[in-house]
Design a protein around this ligand. Sequence first.
Ligand code: NAD
Length: 229
Amino acid sequence: MGINADVLNIAQLTNANEIILNKLGPCDILINGAGGNHPKGTTTKEYFNEEVLDHKENLLTFFDLDAEGMEFVINLNFLGTILPTQIFAREMIGNKEGVILNISSMNAFTPLIKIPAYSGAKASINNFTQWLAVHISKVGIRVNAISTGFFLTGQNEKLLLNEDGSYTERAKKIFDHTPMGRFGKSEELIGTLLWLIDHNSTGFVNGLLFLSMGVFQNIQVFNYRENPK
Ligand SMILES: NC(=O)c1ccc[n+]([C@@H]2O[C@H](COP(=O)([O-])OP(=O)(O)OC[C@H]3O[C@@H](n4cnc5c(N)ncnc54)[C@H](O)[C@@H]3O)[C@@H](O)[C@H]2O)c1
């Protein structure tokens, strides 16, 4: 059953929670997966130098990054993880096997070039995951995060595939820094997810930032969504 809610809208989250309570009972498992980037929180060039200043009229440098664009990214990823947790995790109190799984990114460990807002926002999810894992531990709720590598999805498809379906230079750069030399497939994350939500298997795993589909350090790529909703 799918129920629509904006993760930044308390009224919609509360409404979704009430529907779930009525139909299915209290929430046992919360996966905070909404997230994304914004072009206005993204520099045009990988590095800042004099050449960038010479062509500044056509470029977005670090010094031009738009506060609203960065706010969009930080709110969506950070607040968009906290607010649903406030609404749904309340229902887990007394359950003793409640579990929260946040979706972070390898960006949180190694900030990728061009996307300071997204990298910072994902780092904040890691920090919040560890904070909440401690804060809420006494009522038996576990909090972990999956920090994924690269998957071809709606938010990055246009940057990774050319019109003829071949990979872009950016995609090739990613492969060069990924030991398996390809993107992950969403079904390859299922095992990690099922493992982390299964109290019998991972009842003692709490505050873990699970780096799935690991990539090499200092990867030189960028990742932004061109058409944020
Ligand atoms: N694709 C990757 O390589 C990659 C890597 C690391 C982390 N992630 C993270 O994985 C998660 C899923 O992303 P994806 O790659 O599947 O991209 P996606 O664009 O397909 O999914 C993002 C989802 O978030 C939803 N969303 C956006 N704003 C929302 C809002 N305000 N309220 C409710 N939902 C909202 C969108 O509708 C969409 O379903 C995101 O948190 C993303 O940052 C993705």
